[in-house]
Ligand binder design. Structure first.
Ligand SMILES: Nc1ncnc2c1ncn2[C@@H]1O[C@H](COP(=O)(O)OP(=O)(O)OP(=O)(O)O)[C@@H](O)[C@H]1O
Ligand SMILES: [Mg+2]
Length: 283
């Protein structure tokens, strides 16, 4: 493949220029970081699993009418997405108390919140992504009232849908983080779309019966093999076979490639079905 221009390298992903100016390629790395980069490790297979899980969840969300940046999976580590202007806010939706919420407010981990909580954080690594209020967002112009309202409405819908989806496979969706981006249409109209990734790197997922953790807390808290946890989530979602795609730290590349093709075919079939049903699609 021709040399591609790297646009950005983050902690978990690399962005490359896509085949046309409105697209970028997200490459999922095997790097795991926690505590704002203080703890770091390279964990074989993590990128492959996150790419697969995120592609799947984004496709499912598109199906229920949530616009996302996802276009298609390219290979086991890469996906093609729409290039967006990232809004510098992270929305965190919480159903059960865990992580920084417990530290900040002295709550017991596992306490069920009587209604889901939406929090905002300013995306700024140097400041450790501080918690902010809606007023900060407006005052500093990070997003306007309409965008804020739309992001919160989408976050609630995503929560509703994912909660049900994970409950159906025996997992509790404790909390998750979303990022949104702006896309301009041909006539200057603005669309907000869900961007970045949705994977066990930025969701907390616990077993419904035992509360065993299958997300990045395995790494943060040294609770056991990270990839095993992510593989478990992918298996329950029906994305990889029961015997997994990793053996002793190496990936069954042929299998991963076949799974990519299957995922894309399914996405294409859904797209055709939507077109036949006359559903409008945002480009
Ligand atoms: N469709 C998109 N177009 C442009 N940028 C995107 C898109 N989706 C995600 N991004 C941005 O690409 C970067 C992804 O890299 P990664 O997740 O590794 O970053 P990070 O190290 O976590 O840093 P950050 O704090 O910026 O998220 C993020 O900054 C994210 O906001
Ligand atoms: Mg990130």
């Amino acid at each position: 493949m021709a040399r591609r221009r790297k646009i950005y390298e983050g902690k978990a992903k690399i962005l490359y220029e896509g085949p046309d100016p409105n697209t970028v390629i997200q490459y999922f790395k095997d790097d795991a970081t926690a505590f704002n980069g203080e703890k770091h490790a390279v964990i074989a297979g993590k990128g492959v699993l996150n790419n697969r899980i995120s592609s799947h969840l984004m496709t499912k969300l598109e199906e229920i009418g949530i616009p996302t940046h996802f276009i298609r999976s390219i290979n086991m580590r890469e996906q093609l997405v729409r290039s967006v202007e990232i809004i510098p806010i992270e929305l965190v939706v919480r159903n059960i108390a865990a992580g920084s919420l417990c530290k900040r407010l002295g709550l017991e981990e596992g306490e069920i919140l009587h209604k889901p909580l939406v929090e905002f954080y300013y995306k700024k690594d140097e400041l450790g992504d501080p918690l902010i209020s809606e007023d900060h967002i407006i005052t500093f112009g990070w997003a306007d009232h309409y965008e804020l309202e739309e992001m919160v409405a989408m976050a609630w819908r995503v929560n509703d849908y994912l909660n049900g989806m994970f409950a159906g496979i025996g997992l509790r969706l404790v909390d998750f983080k979303l990022e949104f981006g702006r896309i301009w249409g041909e006539h200057g109209e603005l669309y907000l779309v869900l961007a970045d990734e949705i994977s066990p790197d930025n969701c907390r997922l616990w077993d419904a019966k035992t509360n065993e953790k299958f997300d990045k807390d395995r790494f943060r808290q040294d609770l056991g093999d990270l990839v095993e946890g992510y593989e478990y989530v992918a298996k329950r979602l029906g994305l990889i076979p029961e015997d997994g795609i990793l053996k002793g730290g190496s990936i069954n590349e042929q299998l991963a490639e076949n799974l990519d093709q299957i995922e894309n075919e399914l996405a294409e079939r859904r797209r055709l079905r939507d077109l036949k049903a006359g559903k409008p699609r945002k480009l």
